[in-house]
Design a protein around this ligand. Structure first.
Ligand code: PLP
Length: 395
């Protein structure tokens, strides 16, 4: 007799983005010439000085448990300096936790604050793991769809309207994965003002704060003033800024009592991330930020190029990306011609017929779209777009 899974495990959806990467890798391993726009990670290598710091740490025997498990003091100090330098946020080390990627930071935060039935407002389109992490913590995801499907951004009134007495958390992700948009400072301030007085927490996922384009300005939610500084947890990681996705290192900062709760759960689950990994991120945060600026410049060129080529295709419309490394085009105008019903069938057809991998929009709550990562070389972007042009035709 097979032992049944728990209801908790049974209800979790596997990550659609990781599934696409795995499928593309499988086709590649069979020798097929796959162009992958599925990845949620930079295609650049981790900068040399960061790798060197890890090598030095290994040689110096920094191979034991990190002490304390929730972050080496030197790294916490560097994180506080980063928040002040880049985000105008004054955090103290006791307000900071270092985690196994940004994903663990979010997971721990939901575990630390949610009780069964607590509602979490999740703007659509959303990063795939929010709903599943909320459900794993016993919470209830409340999805809010954008009225403005051009920008995919929510208005302050929409967010205000979604708040009920059960609301515990609003997830705010700017720059957005998958939407590729960034809320500007005036928009962030308007949302903060509209929600003023509401006894909720904001989880501000700022993984892509260093990757904004086209003159777009970024603002941290906690930087809108004292009220939201006190009620916001700010999330970030080495993953996107320093191309460290495989190192598994992230961090969060916010009210000390919540961070302490997260540390407790971490101490009984993962015991945190690797010691030498922490030394490496410290080096990344403390060094000159020129490598980040260079990666950002390259992403910006690719963003512009992919966006222009997508909008030249029949049945496709794509908002201009202003952050992260994703185009989020609406392909629904091409569904009829191709005889497909929805984003899963569309992406399957594209992968099977022209070997171009992208993630179905339904994974992010939006069936008209697909997510295309421009963390790929210009040659790969052109190759993929040439194939799409053959399949869909010119507008
Ligand atoms: N939040 C967003 C919006 C992301 O895009 C990602 C990664 O794709 C994460 C969190 C998790 O980041 P990490 O790879 O550091 O766990």
């Amino acid at each position: 007799m097979a032992i049944e899974l728990s209801t908790r495990a049974a209800q979790v959806q596997p990550s659609a983005t990781l599934a696409v990467s795995a499928k593309a890798a499988e086709l590649k391993s069979k020798g097929l010439d796959v162009v992958s726009f599925g990845a949620g990670e930079p295609d650049f290598d981790t900068p040399e000085h960061i790798k060197q710091a890890a090598k030095d740490a290994l040689d110096a025997g920094q191979t034991k448990y990190a002490k304390p498990t929730h972050g080496l003091p030197q790294l916490k100090k560097a994180i506080c300096t980063k928040f002040q330098r880049d985000n105008g946020l004054a955090y103290q080390p006791e307000q900071v936790i270092v985690t196994v990627g940004g994903k663990e930071a979010l997971y721990l935060a939901f575990q630390a604050v949610l009780n069964p039935g607590d509602e979490v407002i999740i703007p659509v389109p959303y990063w795939v793991s929010y709903p599943e992490q909320v459900k794993l913590a016993g919470g209830v995801p409340i999805y809010v769809e954008p009225e403005d499907t051009e920008s995919n951004k929510l208005t302050p009134q929409q967010l205000l309207g979604a708040i009920t007495p059960q609301t515990k958390v609003l997830v705010f992700n700017s720059p957005s994965n998958p939407g590729g948009f960034t809320y500007g400072p005036e928009e962030v301030k308007a949302i903060a003002k509209a929600l003023s007085g509401k006894e909720i927490l904001v989880f501000s996922d700022e993984m892509y704060d260093q990757l904004v384009y086209g003159g777009q300005q970024f603002m941290s939610f906690a930087a809108t003033g004292n009220e939201w500084y006190d009620k916001t947890i700010t999330f970030n990681a080495g993953s996107k800024s320093y191309s460290m996705t495989g190192w598994r290192i992230g961090y969060a900062a916010g009210p000390a009592h919540i961070i302490k709760g997260m540390c407790k759960i971490q101490s009984q689950s993962t015991s945190g991330t690797g010691t030498f990994t922490q030394v490496a991120l410290t080096a990344g945060l403390e060094a000159d930020q020129g490598c980040v600026a260079e990666m950002r410049r390259q992403f910006e060129r690719r963003a512009e190029h992919m966006y222009e080529r997508l909008n030249s295709l029949a049945g496709v419309s794509c908002p201009k990306p202003t952050g992260a490394f994703y185009c989020f085009p609406d392909f629904s105008g091409a569904y009829g011609e191709l005889g497909v019903n929805g984003s899963v069938e569309f992406c399957s057809k594209v992968l099977e017929e022209i070997y171009v991998a992208m993630v179905p929009g339904i994974a992010f709550g939006c069936d008209a779209t697909a997510r295309m990562s421009f963390a790929a070389s210009m040659e790969q972007i052109d190759e993929g777009l040439d194939r799409l042009e053959k399949l869909l035709g010119k507008a």
